[in-house]
Ligand binder design. Sequence first.
Ligand code: BGC
Length: 260
Amino acid sequence: MNINLKGKRALITGTSSGLGEVIAREFAAAGANIGLNYHSHPDAAEKIAEEIKKMGADVLTLQADVSDSTSVAGMVNTVVKKWGGVDILVNNAGIDGAHSLTWETDISEWEKVVKINLFGPFYCAREVLKYMITKKSGVILNITSVHENIPWSGYSAYAAAKAGLSMLTKTMAQEVGTSGIRVLSLAPGAIQTPINKSVWSNSANLSDLLKKIPLGRLGSTEEVARVAAFLVSDAASYMTGSTVFVDGAMIDYSNFTHGG
Ligand code: BGC
């Protein structure tokens, strides 16, 4: 099946590295025009923008802090001024935050993780929905994590934010269904990106991680991006309000591969 996103105006957050960068390329290859949001790496974003332009896409490079509602409103305003609206929003920007047990966690660090991973998607969705509701079409894809389901010791802000984002997906899907808008979550497992480099670049950490994945390997960014492109396309027109896991069955309780 060929995924067709021809002429769709896609705003993707957190594109200067990792999953966001590859999702942007995948969407451009399917014919979409791309609003490339980044926070603090303009050079990386410009480099990706140049590559994507060569693929024939119209590209807007957009600096904004997703955890700041004013910054998000400004970004969406710029996109709407240039393109007249947004057809697809991918809420991808996120951080794990530092490992820290709850009672030892600095409150401002906890707030920062929740602001980026949960408030950010809410701010972005709130702005684009104003246009999608008028047009009566659109798709929002929230990148959650296996940790929307799996507790993660030392990362309470991350797990709580991702679980919250999953519920935001479901609730928004209820609100906008009759307006022809779909809202989905995509939950990656352990995908090899800069976010978890400290784990996959250390052999003891890596072998511990691999035991948690029934497929026995890390996922690639392309394996996630292909599913993202399908979910935002008309090929997935009857899918909304749910989470699609791309995780090599990490949520499948791999400790139960033996015994019980
Ligand atoms: C996190 C990664 C982690 C993976 C599996 C992801 O959501 O961002 O750092 O390796 O979950 O635990």
